[in-house]
Design a protein around this ligand. Structure first.
Ligand SMILES: NC(=O)c1ccc[n+]([C@@H]2O[C@H](COP(=O)([O-])OP(=O)(O)OC[C@H]3O[C@@H](n4cnc5c(N)ncnc54)[C@H](O)[C@@H]3O)[C@@H](O)[C@H]2O)c1
Length: 330
């Protein structure tokens, strides 16, 4: 059996690739390196050159292949201002990739979706049986791809499952991209002695989830042949406020922290916490006591010791999401 991981040079994808290689599997990485980095790719994986997931070579897909589709443009706030760009990257590319997988009759397709499909629900935590009500184009396209994946896989006889991670953090996560990845961005800002930007308020709670937990969950689910057609939320069963996270960052770095309060974007979700009861019950996977702190400390060490300058790694200035219309068109 072999694996294809799209987005395997990115944050979550590269951890999936490492976990599979550590378990002895052959892994092919597909990535266009738009936000991923070549140095994230495990040297034991097959990576030929950067290309789009829709261009995955047919010869990499056969009845012994499990494909994990993790590639996406994950800036949900920006998607409101560049919906067509988001649709092309997150929906159209996904549909082309799924079509390839079903026409080659692969063994199993695992779609990495997102908690954003739920939008704001009347009750928290969100369970997998709730009707999605996405609040931004990113969530709409993720949900549409979930549906497309189910329909195509069911009708073409390919096993499939949908996984919805939530608020993941850990090493290799980029701090230099606007409007995403609050934990690494805050760590970098704190190291630079700058105030931490807060959209909304510090009491906002999320189930911030260590990437090591997400890696274990995705690999266990991908290897389990009994889960055909299932959908799972993934992540920590513990919610933490932004204030709790800031306090932990201050403790790890041993510095005092200040905040810059900014207006809350219209798409900000008040709750957005997914129940992990189903994944714990069926896959028996839960966060360990030390996992949050261990992942936070490792990420802080990585950001502190980064040898490349911000210019070299392409740090982008904070730009208003509206500006993306002029970059991508609508
Ligand atoms: N980070 C989170 O908290 C989180 C939460 C929920 C869901 N997700 C989902 O997990 C997946 C990975 O997110 P991430 O945080 O690792 O982001 P990331 O930007 O680090 O990884 C995405 C990867 O996909 C690649 N890519 C993008 N478009 C591509 C295309 N058309 N063809 C080939 N490669 C392409 C990028 O170069 C990058 O390597 C995404 O599907 C995202 O929606 C992430």
């Amino acid at each position: 059996m072999k694996f294809i991981v799209t987005g395997g040079a990115g944050f979550i994808g590269s951890h999936i690739v490492d976990g599979l290689i550590n378990r002895g599997y052959q892994v092919y990485v597909v990535d266009n390196l738009s936000t991923g980095r070549r140095q994230n790719i495990n040297p034991s994986a097959v990576f030929t050159e950067p290309f789009d997931a829709s261009q995955t070579p047919d010869k990499w897909l056969d009845e012994d292949t499990i494909a994990i589709h993790c590639a996406s443009q994950p800036k949900c706030n920006v998607s409101l201002y560049a919906p067509v760009n988001d649709m092309e990257n997150n929906y159209a590319v996904g549909v082309r990739f799924v079509t390839k997988c079903v026409s080659r009759k692969i063994k199993r397709l695992v779609l990495i979706s997102s908690m954003s499909v739920y939008g704001d629900q009347p009750k928290s935590p969100y369970t997998e049986d709730m009707k999605p009500a996405p609040k931004d184009p990113y969530g709409i396209h993720k949900y549409a791809l979930e549906q497309m994946c189910k329909v195509l896989c069911q009708n073409h006889g390919v096993e499939h499952l949908v996984l919805r991670p939530q608020h993941v953090f850990g090493v290799r996560q980029r701090y230099d991209l606007s409007y995403r990845n609050v934990i690494p961005r805050w760590i970098k800002k704190a190291i630079l002695g700058q105030p931490l930007p807060v959209f909304g308020n510090l009491n906002l709670k999320r189930a911030f989830s260590p990437v090591s937990l997400i890696q274990r969950s995705i690999i266990s689910a991908a290897l389990d042949k009994k889960l055909d057609g299932e959908t799972f939320n993934l992540g920590s069963s513990r919610t933490r406020s932004l204030a709790d996270v800031a306090e932990k960052i201050a403790r790890v770095l041993g510095i005092k922290i200040n905040f810059e309060l900014l207006p809350s974007p219209s798409t900000l979700l008040n709750l957005s916490v997914g129940s992990t009861e189903k994944v714990q019950r069926i896959l028996n996977i839960a966060e360990s006591e030390i996992e949050f702190d261990a992942n936070l400390s490792a990420l802080a060490r990585e950001i502190k010791s980064a040898t490349l300058s911000d210019a070299e790694i392409g740090i982008v200035p904070e730009i208003a999401p509206q500006t993306y219309i002029s970059i991508y068109g609508t």
